[in-house]
Design a protein around this ligand. Sequence first.
Ligand code: DI6
Ligand code: FE
Length: 413
Amino acid sequence: MDQIFSRPNALYKNARIGTMDPTREGLGIIDRGALLVRDGRIAFVGEEGDLPSSEMLTDTAVYDLEGRWVTPGLVDCHTHIVHGGNRAREFEMRLAGASYEEIARAGGGIVSTVSQTNALTVEQLVEASLPRLDTLIAEGVTTIEVKSGYGLTIEGELNMLRAARRLGDIRPVRVVTSYLAAHATPAAYKGRNADYIADVVLPGMAQAKAEGLIDAVDGFCEGIAFSVAEIDTVFRHARDLGLPVKLHAEQLSNLGGAKLAASFGALSVDHVEYLDDEGVAALQASGTVAVLLPGAFYAIHETRKPPVAALRSAGVPIAIATDCNPGTSPLTSLLLTMNMSATLFGLTVEECLIGATRNAARALGISTETGSLEVGKSADFAVWDVESLAELVYRIGFNPLLLHVFKGERISL
Ligand code: DI6
Ligand code: FE
């Protein structure tokens, strides 16, 4: 269990800070900087020489970071970390040549995790998820998005979301939840998507919202999952309930899911390997974030890369995330995700760092709270033992985190 110090008012000085502040150039770097934390929020961030007068520094602990680099706390904006069991057997099948779609159509894939998940109580789901969450926290993740989508019954979906909320109660991390009942159709409703949506997805959404369990609604728009029209039905219900939406879109083909999501002002569309120019234009118009998931691309041996150049020139914000899930992305490292985003998708170091902080927070609709180091935001930041921030993207399987702070509380490792 992480040892958490009491919440001090604290001054962190002698730091090199990558603020990711959008009002500053590039990474928003401050060379000899200081961060003042009061009541869990950033009261000052800037050049040490511009620190406010001394009275703001009374009853304040002072930490000399000895010139080390500081970034915002990392934000993993797309995960399925709450689930039972694993799919190592399918991994072997894929090594023998079976495609992700063939495995799904043969009853494997998502639905095979469903029974392993529904067999667990909420507390058992929490216990099963903690090793994955702790691994991410140990790399400086201070915010994580957690989806449902392996229950596929009302009670099963709600239990997953209850477990997700519980994770945020017992660990120093902000948990943002997404309702993903429209992830797959359970065996009992095989070939009857519309009935499944009417009987489970829509009433479950209302119940989950009433219990304060969901922050957004997600869906899987794909030939092996739900059509654009079916997702449209789900998103209309979300809009009626006042819930924002996001979508797994254009992962294996182009059904036009991104365009539909953009028409609802979606927070994000995720995967987007098969996104076309029309889809890019729709995202640009709606301000929707494109979340790239290199773990899934890598694990299912996908060859089609997301249209990064088109996204870049259209000014569509790009975020990256682990997509930590037992089937297509059993990846529990946002640092490795940054390396894969650069190496596999051609993102720059700056795009990777902003993609795992500021733009990831934007994909969750919490840009006013975290994702960059600006006055008034939550004091969520990480201190790294590196010579340059590029090392956070360059290294493969190495964690240079020295310490991190969440809501002003110093999290020892
Ligand atoms: N796309 C994915 O890659 C994951 N979900 C989705 O919509 C797969 C989840 C799984 O295979 O368990
Ligand atoms: Fe996913």
